[in-house]
Design a protein around this ligand. Structure first.
Ligand code: SDX
Length: 432
């Protein structure tokens, strides 16, 4: 905490309160209001917590005005260009880039934990064939707490680390099982001699009756997308994991809560919604009609993949993914993907429109990612699951950090009550 304070004066009583300012290593300070109600008898009001710091964190830094994103101080552009997802996962979890032996040890742990309990695998047979994969993934993750009792004691550091390795290793296997169930195809077991993304692609697309070769371009594209989706500060799903974990719930339940929050189209579900929107727009001649709908307050339609609570500039991830699109589609032989042309035309029209410019609405991480997933052969219904696979690393890192936070308390916001004032019960016979 700095020695800076903000002085608050109660307009009715004139009582003054010096509110402390919590300064971080980068970014704006935050006014500490913990004592406000005791001192002044009022709460703060901040719907969606747009101006509220919920915690102190050393994991990810975002500057929304400048379009900056850093994981543990490393710019996302450098990590995307030089690192890989497993190394980034280690960085987010442990705070430092690993040396060779630490990286090898971590990678071995993740490969070791890729299988899931056979009874857990049978859960998938209970789902309807057309169950949404996010419904399957969230429920199976929550059920993991019924199986892996050696990693549910949140006060045991070994349990916490085993949980971290387990959930990061198993979520691709769970995702692939959900996909295979939806296809009516047999489950493909993980192969520990494959890297993380190659293993995932093989579990998705291999079938028992044919040999399967992973396309290295596809594996690298997936690895890059996972790096870009791994963490993003206190977004809705990460905040959900933190608040679920604040009640000392078991970690699998906390992650399952995060998956549920990510599912929403305003959040991680946007990547699926973008593809649906682009298919609905269909052609560049229809762009003006959809842009007009997005601006019409009477129409609930929004331009999916546009806008962001924090970025009032380009989402640096969207820029990197758009650049990837061209390269990956070219290498995968889908260079003239009509949806990419349509997305780029839509971006151009929107960014020349005063409504979007005035509100700083730029493409976000979800605007282009689905086009690459589609080129990799991943169905639209699985797009948010892919987001969840990557974001599991960030969720685990924040869950661990929250457990070690000296300021840790159960999350329990207050409210501005606008309901009826006190009134007496009326007997049914008197209610007319
Ligand atoms: C993710 O938080 C994170 O970090 C999330 C994420 C992560 O990595 O975890 O980055 C991932 O969730 C990205 C966002 C994906 N969602 C979408 O693409 C859905 C479409 N976008 C929006 O619904 C919206 O922009 C949000 C939800 C992303 C942000 O909402 P805010 O910050 O609450 O902004 P707002 O709703 O208050 O909008 C401000 C204005 C409003 O107009 P006015 O009332 O000022 O006239 O901008 C308008 C909104 O109507 N607006 C849009 C719009 N987004 C905002 N208008 C049309 N289309 C849009 N997409």
């Amino acid at each position: 905490m700095s020695d800076k304070t903000f002085e608050l004066v109660n307009p009715e009583t004139g009582k003054k309160t010096a509110l402390p300012v919590h300064e971080g290593s980068m970014g704006p300070g935050s006014i500490g209001v913990t004592g406000l109600f005791k001192e002044q008898g009022v709460f703060t009001y901040d719907p969606g917590f747009a101006a509220t710091s919920s915690c102190k964190s050393a994991i990810t830094f975002i500057d929304g005005q400048e379009g900056v994103l850093m994981y543990r101080g490393y710019p996302i552009e450098q990590l995307a260009g030089k690192s890989n997802f497993i190394e980034v996962a280690y960085l987010l979890l442990y705070g430092e880039l690993p040396d060779k032996s630490s990286l090898a040890g971590f990678d071995e742990q993740i490969r070791y934990h890729t299988m899931i309990n056979e009874s857990l695998l049978r859960f998938f047979n209970g789902f309807h064939y057309d169950a949404h994969p996010m419904a399957m993934v969230s429920s199976v993750i929550c059920s993991m707490s019924a199986f892996y009792h050696d990693s549910t004691d949140i006060r045991n550091a070994n349990h916490r680390e085993t949980f971290a390795h387990r959930i990061i290793a198993k979520i691709p296997t769970i995702a692939a099982a959900a996909y295979k169930h939806s296809q009516g195809q047999p489950f493909i077991y993980p192969s520990n001699d494959l890297d993380y993304c190659s293993n995932l692609l093989r579990m998705f697309f291999a079938v028992p009756c044919e040999s399967y070769e992973v396309n290295p371009v596809a594996a690298r594209a997936l690895d890059l997308l996972f790096i870009l989706h791994a963490d993003h500060e206190q977004n809705a799903s990460t905040s959900t994991v933190r608040i679920a974990g604040s009640s000392d719930s078991n970690p699998y339940a906390a992650i399952a809560a995060g998956v549920s929050s990510l599912w929403g189209p305003a959040h991680g579900g946007a990547n699926e919604a973008v593809l649906k929107m682009l298919n609905e727009i269909g052609s560049t001649k229809n762009i003006p009609k959809f842009v007009a709908r997005a601006k019409d307050k009477q129409d609930p339609f929004r331009l999916m993949g546009f806008g962001h609570r924090v970025y009032k500039n380009y989402d640096p991830r969207a820029t990197l993914i758009r650049e990837m699109c061209h390269k990956v589609l070219e290498e995968l032989g889908s260079a003239n993907e009509p949806l990419l042309e349509l997305a780029m035309a839509l971006e151009e029209v929107a960014l020349e429109d005063e409504y979007f410019v005035k509100r700083n609405l730029y493409p976000n991480v979800d605007f282009y990612s689905g086009i690459i997933y589609k080129a990799l052969g991943i169905p639209t219904s699985m797009f948010t699951v892919m987001f969840a696979i990557a974001r599991t690393v960030g969720w685990v890192a924040h869950w661990q950090e929250s457990l070690e936070d000296p300021d840790r308390r159960i999350g329990r916001p207050r409210q501005v009550y606008i309901g009826p004032t006190k009134r007496d019960y009326v007997e049914l016979s008197q209610r007319g």
